[in-house]
Design a protein around this ligand. Structure first.
Ligand code: AMP
Length: 476
């Protein structure tokens, strides 16, 4: 009988296996199972994988392992740590995530890491660099800035990681990447990750890698591809009426609706019940028995609509869900894939419909980037939903009042109408290429030419994990 592969089977040092277990991972993902043994041997790697496959751990774990094994450390007092690992990320959000992964997996190793990105003061970054770091995660613009000011020395880099190379190129970072690569010793290990391999990316990979092993994993979008996905552009106050309209359509028999908040889920249930739909909510504020009852009723068909928040999304494994409706788009875009996967269980296909209000346009763009598909835009809006809302109440009380009055069906037409000029006509065009929405509107660049994401955390100071200088304590 085939035994299940464990992290301890991959040759990783004991503190790393322990950290992974503490993180709650039981088995390696396919990219981890393939990449970790290869990276441990010191060879170059070409990884074709996207976010959600576990690719960060696929490079972070063996890198930490190699740093622990190398006898360069510990360094004495006054002997400043040298940057031995450089990870390049196209965006600050990804850089922060990678830094957090190194922090989690490196707990107990005594190694220090730092994340640097543009759009924030460099003061703390410089201070931390002066103290010395082993692992540097950086966006290209800020890295070059700091390097030019003499705060960064790349001459001791042993491992170079380029993450999301295709996105890096999309964002115009190719010249910056080339400059950085030229500063890193040629004798090094290079790990190159990209979700796709168009020609320019393959050319860059060729120029950076030496006899690489290639690992490729099925992207997260596979689930997404089995689901028929579409989007309605609809003003927020019209969402509930559009929902009722869709629920009345033929073939819509078991529907899972996702809202952003618990309060929102309860409110949608109330409004549906007012219109005689059998609906229930499932979210973190419900007791275990309430949740169980809601799920059982949904499974047996007693309730035809289950309204959930993302917290509850992953636990819902119900066969025969005909439709997933994203009443609100998920704030964490990875959840989009988890949500729509509820309607394509065990290889079945399904239908996922998203409602996108003007405030959610940015989220939609990010989702389309993630799944590398452009959602089909639905123009069969019922008349009421294509009208500008008569009242825009941020609290949505107008909906409540209308529901109480029972006049949700006005006007009574479900006819397919040509949409009037709504916000979706005036929003920036989302002109995507057939395969990938590369040329979707980008967020403005900072003066460093870097991606300016939402204000996240400030720059990270280097973290010391566990007791210092326990490099050789692998027990192997
Ligand atoms: P990534 O593709 O690196 O962005 O990882 C996606 C998510 O998967 C992250 O939230 C990780 O914490 C999680 N993850 C990575 N490896 C594993 C694993 N072996 N088991 C469970 N979760 C994992």
């Amino acid at each position: 009988m085939e035994s299940v592969l464990k992290f301890s089977d991959l040759g990783l040092a004991e503190p790393i296996v322990r950290a992974v277990e503490t993180a709650g991972y039981e088995t390696p993902t396919p990219i981890q199972a393939q990449a970790i043994p290869l990276v441990i041997t010191g060879g170059d790697l070409l990884g074709v994988a996207q976010t959600g496959t576990g690719k960060t751990a696929a490079f972070a774990l063996p890198i930490l392992h190699r740093l622990l094994q190398a006898s360069r450390a510990p360094q004495g007092r006054g002997d400043r740590r040298k940057i031995r690992v450089l990870v390049l990320s196209p965006t600050r959000e990804l850089a922060v995530q990678i830094g957090e992964s190194f922090a989690t997996y490196g707990d107990g190793t005594g190694l220090r890491q730092l994340v640097v990105f543009g759009g924030v003061s460099q003061y703390h970054q410089v201070k931390s660099l002066r103290a010395g770091v082993d692992i540097l995660v950086a966006t290209p613009g800020r890295l070059i800035d700091l390097r030019e000011q003499g705060f960064i020395d790349l001459s001791h880099v042993e491992v170079l990681v380029l993450d999301e190379a295709d996105r890096m190129l999309d964002m115009g970072f190719l010249p910056a990447v080339r400059r950085i690569v030229a500063d890193v010793p040629t004798k090094r290990q290079t790990l190159f990750f990209s979700a796709t391999m168009p020609k320019e990316v393959a050319t860059l990979a060729d120029s950076m890698l030496c006899h690489p092993q290639r690992v490729e994993v099925t992207p997260v979008a596979t689930t997404a591809e089995r689901v028929q996905q579409s989007v309605y552009f609809v003003e927020k106050p019209n969402k509930v009426r559009l929902l009722r309209h869709l629920l009345r359509q033929e073939g819509v028999t078991r529907t899972l609706v996702f809202t952003k908040t618990k309060h929102g889920a309860d409110k949608v249930v109330r409004m549906l019940e007012d219109s005689n739909f059998s609906a229930a909510a499932i979210h973190a504020n419900r007791s275990q028995s309430q949740r169980q009852r809601a799920l059982t009723n949904f499974k047996t068909g007693r309730t035809s609509v289950l309204v959930a928040t993302d917290i509850a999304a992953r636990g819902i494994d119900v066969d025969g869900i005909t439709h997933v409706i994203n009443y609100d788009l998920p704030m964490e875009i990875d959840n989009y894939v988890h949500r729509i996967g509820r309607t394509a269980r065990a290889g079945a296909s399904g239908i996922a419909i998203s409602f996108c209000s003007p405030e959610e346009r940015g989220l939609l763009t990010s989702i389309e980037r993630l799944i590398r598909l452009q959602l089909e835009q639905r123009h069969d809006l019922p008349a009421f939903a294509s009208e500008p809302p008569r009242q825009v109440h941020t609290t949505g009380h107008a909906d409540d009042r209308r529901a109480k009055r029972g006049n949700d069906s006005l006007p009574q037409t479900d006819a397919v109408v040509k949409p009037r000029r709504t916000f979706s006509d005036t929003a920036p065009p989302t002109t995507h290429s057939a395969r990938r929405p590369n040329n979707a509107p980008r967020r403005p660049a900072t003066p460093n030419g870097e991606f300016s994401g939402p204000p996240g955390r400030g720059p990270k100071r280097p973290r010391r994990f566990g007791k210092p200088n326990r490099f050789a304590s692998s027990g192997r």
